[in-house]
Write a protein that binds this ligand. Structure first.
Ligand code: NI
Length: 139
């Protein structure tokens, strides 16, 4: 059942929120707020006791492949944790840059540590680990 809530926001904050939501294609604020809440709940789910439970995450990396040692290092980490890397997608973005998207699956704390170590590797220009969920416990 849907419940209505009212919240108070500064005008400029609300303006920026609406602008962002339009850019992201949200048709109304409610859905945007629901997604923000779900995102926080998934983060919380990851941080909470269930670190031993199987989790899924997506790691995204952009790096310069001209640095052979960097590419080697990133591949090495993936081979070390080969059971956790369910799928890897490599796109050659331009003559120098590569985008790698990895689907990670395993014990929450393990795949987070692995994702973080890839993202924090020196030379990675852009990196992010996104936590995923089956949504089983989400409304
Ligand atoms: Ni490439």
């Amino acid at each position: 059942m849907l419940e209505r809530v009212g919240i108070s926001l500064e005008g400029t904050l609300l303006e920026q929120f609406d602008k962002l939501n339009r850019l992201r294609g949200y048709e109304n604020r409610s859905e945007a707020v629901r997604d923000l809440i779900r995102e926080k709940l998934v983060e919380r789910e990851w941080e909470s006791a269930g670190q031993d439970e199987e989790r899924v995450a997506v790691a995204m990396l952009v790096y310069d492949h001209d640095s052979a040692s960097l590419a080697q290092k990133l591949t090495h980490v993936q081979h070390e944790h080969h059971r956790a890397v369910v799928s890897a997608l490599h796109v050659h973005l331009d003559p120098h840059n590569c985008l790698e998207v990895l689907i990670l699956r395993g014990k929450g704390s393990d795949i987070l540590a692995m994702g973080d170590s890839l993202v924090s590797t020196k030379g990675v220009k852009f990196g992010r680990v996104m936590l995923a969920t089956t949504g089983r416990d989400l409304p």
